[in-house]
Design a protein around this ligand. Structure first.
Ligand code: ATP
Ligand code: MG
Length: 389
């Protein structure tokens, strides 16, 4: 009796005429997530099945599929012929591990017939199967309202599938269904979460990180690479651009008003990110900012930062409290890495009294004190690209 992974998809069913495109993309994403395991991944009437996964690999594969955006939930099913005896035996086998333990475990049978030619109705399947299971395992009982164990039979075009539970997936839409955007990633708690949230809507990610040797260490950089890898478990391959930022930072500190250094630095980061984004096909920038979290994230500072670029800036955490962001970071598995104590270039040169209500015109003037263009070009020329997966 072959075990297969049955995948239900999330929002794709809403997509009308584009549906085949989304489904094909999701199949591709599933194959990539299962790689190097060569499963036979096929679409069948609103489901996707992965056949041929070795039994000892199934648990690991389910775990990986739960990070693929576009998947609503996953079940490990027994795949049998559309024959009542085979279905019955599969259900008895599938239930066995639950029947041996504690007394009084409750179950309920569910049936779905995508193939209406099957000679029993869904109701008949449930009723007959209920009897069979009670007979095989007298210590089980039926509870139609709050069953502990749902036992499901799906009758489809070519096969029948029997399973006893489902694992929730990450939801969202398959990565690549909604273009590409550039994540400004810092090594803190917020930006990896921001990237996750935009990737979840089907957006492919590139990432960009600014570092300031020797003020920031090699380990701070490694931490960002590690965080990008963690985001890539969901978002797929990510091009990570590493930009040397020391010259620009030192120039800002040397030549511009000390209260404005952080905001100026943010503007220059945005400008460089936008240029690389334009050259590499990203249509928007993403940051981990949230209103009021720090001086550079007051609503005035955000306006000044936005003013530096013409591309849309996505800030998916804008209305989140820190606590909510931390919870999300823990859930997606980035928190532990984010709190490693290595410095970020933003924290190295923090002004004692940063402006909290910067004005766009004033900041443009301060920025014009220096000709940043050659420094920007130099930084971009020295940028390194890493292929993260
Ligand atoms: P995070 O936890 O993401 O570091 P934060 O609360 O520490 O955020 P800031 O340090 O002010 O906030 O940074 C705000 C946003 O600017 C970050 O979420 C990130 O998108 C971007 N950013 C900050 N520093 C860098 C950097 N060195 N490289 C790239 N992007 C950065
Ligand atoms: Mg930070």
């Amino acid at each position: 009796m072959e075990k297969v992974i049955l995948v239900r998809y999330a929002e794709i069913h809403l997509k009308g005429l584009n549906r085949p495109f989304f489904e094909r993309l999701l199949v591709d994403r599933i194959k990539q997530a299962l790689n190097p395991i060569k499963a036979n991944v096929t679409r069948e009437q609103g489901r996707i099945f992965a056949y041929g996964v070795p039994e000892e690999e199934i648990e690991r594969c389910v775990d990986r599929l739960c990070r693929v955006f576009g998947i609503h939930s996953v079940s490990v099913a027994r795949c049998v012929e559309k024959d009542w005896n085979a279905i019955r035996e599969a259900a008895i086998e599938e239930t066995r591990p639950y029947a041996s333990g504690a007394d009084g475990l409750t179950f309920k049978c569910f049936a779905r017939r995508a193939d209406k030619r099957f000679p029993m109705t869904s109701e008949q399947i449930c009723r007959e199967l209920g009897h069979e299971l009670l007979e095989a395992y007298p210590n089980l009982s039926v509870d139609v309202h709050h069953p502990k164990l749902p036992v499901t039979v799906e009758i489809r075009q070519n096969n029948a599938f029997v399973y006893t539970g489902e694992v929730l997936g990450a939801g969202g839409m398959p990565v690549g269904s909604n273009g590409k955007a550039m994540l400004l990633i810092s090594g803190g708690i917020d930006s990896p979460v921001a990237g996750y949230m935009i990737a979840k809507r089907g957006v492919m990610l590139d990432a960009i990180h600014f570092y300031s040797y020797p003020y920031t260490s090699e380990r701070a950089r490694d931490k960002v690479i590690e965080l990008t890898k963690l985001v890539a478990r969901y978002a797929g391959r990510i091009n990570l651009y590493l930009v040397p930022f020391t010259e620009i930072q030192l120039t800002i500190y040397d030549k511009c008003p000390s209260t404005e250094t952080t905001v100026l630095m943010r503007r220059l980061m945005m400008k460089i990110a936008e240029r690389i984004a334009k050259d590499t096909g990203s249509l928007a920038l993403i940051t981990g900012e949230s209103i009021g979290q720090v001086a550079s994230q007051t609503i005035e500072s955000l306006c000044v930062t936005d003013d530096a670029v013409s591309m849309p800036v996505f800030r998916p955490l804008i209305g989140f409290d820190k606590e909510e962001i931390v919870e999300k970071a823990e859930k997606i598995g980035t928190f532990e890495t984010s709190i490693l104590p290595y410095e970020d270039c933003c924290t190295v040169f923090v002004p004692k009294h940063p402006v909290t209500k910067p004005k766009v015109d004033k900041l443009r003037e301060s920025e014009a004190l220096v000709d940043f263009e050659p420094l920007i070009e130099q930084a971009i020329a020295a940028t390194e690209r890493m292929d993260i997966r």
